[in-house]
Design a binder for this molecule. Structure first.
Ligand SMILES: [Zn+2]
Length: 147
């Protein structure tokens, strides 16, 4: 009995031995670069929070960030079989279609604007491509679209 206990104490069990062997092997496996990187990471001050999102000019604002959107509409606009004309000057094509706050407005070449209740935001979304540019003001946007 005594003999067996001594043996056990002197010789680690297979499991313990395997663990020790594996640890030793793992220790040798840590590449020196890892230690280097670790040391460097400790040296480096926590970096300021970097805004790694796209620069503002490349961001596409979500719809609720925009006051409105507009697209040129060169062709006559026919709704319910009726060609839409400007109430003031009679223009019937070369519109700008404005979508703002769930309303659709038509703007003729002469700058008259009228609300078009037969169109809605869903229609606008179906018919407009992705916005190619955003503009800080309504006037900038008009200029961009050649109005
Ligand atoms: Zn007009």
């Amino acid at each position: 009995m005594f003999y067996r206990i001594r043996r056990r104490a002197a010789k680690p069990s297979n499991t313990v031995r395997r663990f020790i062997e594996r640890s030793a092997r793992l220790e040798g496996q840590v590449p020196p670069e890892v230690e280097q990187v670790r040391a460097e990471l400790e040296r480096i001050e926590p970096a300021a929070v970097v805004d790694d999102f796209l620069p503002p000019e490349l961001r596409v604002p979500s719809h609720d960030q925009l006051d409105g959107r507009m697209m040129p509409w060169k062709w006559p606009l026919v709704l319910d079989g009726e060609m839409v004309a400007c109430a003031e000057c009679g223009a019937y094509r070369d519109w700008l279609i404005l979508s703002t706050r769930d309303q659709i407005w038509l703007r003729c070449r002469a700058g008259h604007q009228q609300q078009e209740t037969r169109l809605d935001t869903a229609w606008y979304n179906r018919n407009s491509g992705p916005a190619d540019a955003t503009h800080p003001t309504f006037e900038d946007c008009l200029r961009h679209l050649g109005h």
